[in-house]
Ligand binder design. Structure first.
Ligand code: IPM
Ligand code: MG
Length: 366
């Protein structure tokens, strides 16, 4: 098969982790006889530095022309980087939001799974981490607060800032259908998260999700308020199978879910539209404080590349080979610094970002 990939290395640790994901993908393609080609484009701070905007129309066209996009991370330190003195529509994050919208990537899948080998890195009580968890956050990605009208104006001598949270029935329905479809292939449970005790958009969310649920009598549906969900994630994460939620709640809850897997460096993600095209990126940010030090954890990006093989190319065996390489390397005791359990350092083998990539590529086999 020919795999035409557009890569967005981005800012901070982005280029380092994308290099390792490519290393692993190259090995997969060698072992399984596929042809893979990459074209790198700029997005985020690096694009601002080069072109004055976080994403050019040419870069969008290059992303559209590929079968899939593999991304690292974008953005800098929000209090010290000069990029954050620019007006909001010219900041690094605006590039990512524009790309998601232009490609209609409305479904963001963020799996959070506790590897038994990483139980010691999980910050939860032992009784909770012993039970393990395996959930998939289905986050709506092109609507809600991040895309509503916003303004900051002077009113009666003081500044007033407004953001609007808008959801159309059709936007809720299509993401709910995705959640129920994927739940059917998992443990057949959907927990829909909203704030229906306060927000109109959440009340509509609940109504539409209930309508969709009628077509899936084999899947159970429960509703949970977002504040309760934040608490339940640290109290009893094993109760979650598919978590269906809107854009901002999903942004926040997925960071929380990633942290309980041991490190934010473990969580992959896929952003999908109605076709087989997808954008694949780790859920974490660009970690400017550790950029260029070769200590970042590339596993979330490598696992995102596995999701790419599975969702955009239907290459399940190849995706499995990456996921088992990750398990194998963890089992053998290799750890990047973020997943090295404190106080037990001598029981593990500390490796750099590039060494982790080498180890993973070495363990890819048919
Ligand atoms: C994420 C990030 C982005 C988001 C930012 C960089 C715009 O936090 O992918 O979770 O909020 O969606
Ligand atoms: Mg986020």
């Amino acid at each position: 098969m020919n795999l035409k990939i557009t890569c967005i290395p981005g800012d901070g640790i982005g280029p380092e982790i994308v290099t390792e994901a490519k290393k692993v993908l190259d090995k997969v393609c060698k072992v399984y006889s596929h042809n893979i080609s990459y074209k790198d484009i700029l997005m985020g701070g690096c694009s601002i530095d080069a072109y004055g905007v976080p994403l050019t129309d040419e870069a969008i066209a290059d992303a559209k022309a590929a079968d899939a996009v593999l991304m690292g991370s974008i953005g800098g330190n929000t209090s010290t980087s000069p990029w954050y003195k620019l007006e909001p529509s010219l900041r690094p994050e605006a590039g990512l939001l524009k790309l998601r919208k232009s490609l209609n990537l409305f479904a963001n899948l963020r799996p959070a799974y506790l590897y038994p080998e990483l139980k010691d890195a999980c910050p939860l009580k032992e009784a909770t981490s012993d039970k393990g968890f395996d959930m998939l956050i289905m986050r709506e990605l092109t609507g809600g607060l991040y895309f509503g009208d916003r303004s900051t104006v002077l009113d009666n001598g003081e500044m007033v800032a407004t953001d609007t949270l808008v959801y159309r029935e059709s936007e809720i329905r299509r993401i709910a259908v995705r959640a129920f479809d994927v739940a059917r292939k998992r443990r057949k449970s959907v927990i829909s998260v909203d704030k229906a005790n306060v927000l109109d958009s959440s009340r509509l969310w609940r109504k539409v999700v209930e309508e969709v649920a009628k077509d899936y009598p084999d899947v159970t549906l429960e509703h949970m308020l977002v504040d309760n969900c934040a608490m339940q994630l640290v109290k009893d994460p094993a109760q979650f199978d598919v978590v269906l939620t809107e854009n901002m709640f999903g942004d926040i809850l997925s960071d929380e879910a990633s942290m309980i897997t041991g490190s934010i460096g473990m969580l992959s993600s896929a952003s999908l539209n109605d076709t087989s095209f997808g954008l694949y990126e780790p859920s974490h940010g660009s970690a400017p404080d550790i950029a260029g030090k070769n200590i970042a954890n590339p596993i979330a990006t490598v696992l995102s590349a596995a999701m790419m093989l599975r969702y955009s190319f239907n290459l399940d065996k190849e995706a499995d080979s990456i996921e088992s390489a990750v398990r194998q390397v963890l089992k053998e005791g290799y750890r990047t610094v973020d997943i090295l359990p404190k106080g037990q350092e001598s029981n593990f083998k500390l490796v750099s970002c590039s060494e982790m990539g080498d180890l993973l590529a070495d363990r890819i086999s048919a």
